[in-house]
Design a protein around this ligand. Structure first.
Ligand code: PLP
Length: 376
């Protein structure tokens, strides 16, 4: 029987079973609206409070600094659009060329309204350097938004250092940490960031739920008007079951973060060593400091799309780049930004391994790739 191997965890992850079990009561029995004053709403209300506290603890924030959203896209849009018009003296936004489209498109929206946006270049490893931010930041910069880790190539950015530069120049700092939360240690106080985006389905939580960390005192407008939910900042009846699932999944991943990273590093090393030993002509994209399990490989004179479909026929799920970008068959903006040679760029596939992957699956992937390459 064909073995099914899921190696696209940067696109989404399998829901953790404990998270699922924790969600069930709030879907079936404790379905009360958490905003109601009667006793039937007490459990959902308490569950929201506990989930907020658990999530805050996982990133060293205060519970009142966690705002539930529908996921990474909403959190990014809120962070950017919510501060863009708060200071009549400052308008400029600085971001990077390799951000997820949730940030890039939100910045383009702001640009259309007349606010200048600078898109910082990156090194060939995908790093946004402090030198480049220093050279572009001015006293009119309102916000700097740089992702914690890139979704396509896994590179981890020097967030603390970039944030210090932003603050020194009187600007706010936001980081899209959708690929990092639950996978690497995050301490918002140590980083100093003003806002941080996260999405539950990237750390074995349910889809359609996430959060935005907003440091106390950050000037930001509300995202949606209506009811007084989320401290009067994001109206709409809370998705209690998903919020509970998100908290359970995040806590579990954070408690096992070192163990998971060790396991993923071992799988990664095996994959790379064995592919190199097979004599295949490829480069690995990204920096040595990357999200565990994120492996972007570019094979010379190959077509990533064809590789994806051949692997799919063998039961293996990978991505050619960003999953949110499957309609776009051009070389991705990230591979362009790192200056990858076209003869390699076209043959790019991303394996993103997760905590559930095992060594037997890596062996299977290697055999599959070898047989694909032997055919031509
Ligand atoms: N930011 C990054 C870095 C991502 O990888 C993604 C999803 O792929 C998003 C934002 C969007 O998150 P969501 O799918 O929760 O809207």
């Amino acid at each position: 029987m064909k073995q099914f191997i899921y190696a696209d965890n940067a696109a989404t992850t399998k829901l953790d079973i404990d998270a699922f079990e924790a969600m069930k009561p709030f879907l079936l029995d404790e379905y009360g609206n958490a905003s109601q004053p009667y006793s039937f709403a007490r459990k959902p209300k308490q569950a929201l409070k506990e989930a907020r506290a658990i999530i805050a603890q996982c990133i060293n924030a205060e519970p009142e600094e966690i705002y539930f959203t529908s996921g990474g896209t909403e959190s990014d849009n809120w962070a950017i659009k919510g501060v863009a018009f708060t200071d009549p003296e400052k308008h400029a936004i600085i971001t990077s060329q390799i951000e997820h489209h949730a940030v890039l498109r939100a910045c383009e929206d702001i640009e259309k309204l007349g606010h200048p946006v600078v898109y910082l270049p990156v090194t060939k490893e995908g790093i946004v350097t402090t030198e480049s931010l220093n050279s572009m930041i001015t006293t009119s910069t309102l916000l700097v938004s740089v992702m914690y880790a890139n979704n396509e190539i896994g590179t981890i950015e020097p967030i603390k250092e970039l944030c210090e530069i932003a603050h020194r120049n009187g600007a706010l700092f936001h980081t899209d940490s959708v690929q990092a939360v639950g996978h690497v240690h995050i301490d918002v106080k140590a980083l100093g960031v003003d806002m941080l985006s996260a999405s539950a389905h990237k750390f074995n939580g349910p889809k359609g739920i996430g959060f935005l960390y907003i440091k106390k005192g950050t000037p930001i407008t509300s995202y949606a008007s209506g009811g007084a939910q989320e401290f009067d900042m994001r109206a709409g009846t809370e998705n209690v079951a998903s919020i509970v699932g998100m908290a359970v999944a995040l806590k579990k991943n954070c408690e096992a973060i070192n163990e998971n990273a060790k396991h993923l590093n071992m799988l990664e090393a095996t994959l790379i060593d064995r592919l190199s030993a097979a004599g295949l002509d490829f480069v690995r994209n990204g920096s040595s400091k990357h999200i565990p399990g994120n492996i972007s490989l570019s094979f010379k004179n190959r077509d990533g799309e064809v590789l994806l479909h051949r692997l799919d026929l063998m039961g293996i799920c990978v991505s050619t780049g960003a999953a949110c970008d499957t309609v776009n068959t051009k070389t991705s903006h990230v591979l362009n930004a790192i200056g990858l040679n076209q003869e390699y760029a076209q043959g790019t596939i991303r394996f993103s391994l997760g905590k559930n992957n095992v060594i037997d699956e890596i062996n299977h992937i290697i055999t599959a790739l070898k047989s694909i390459f032997a055919k031509r």
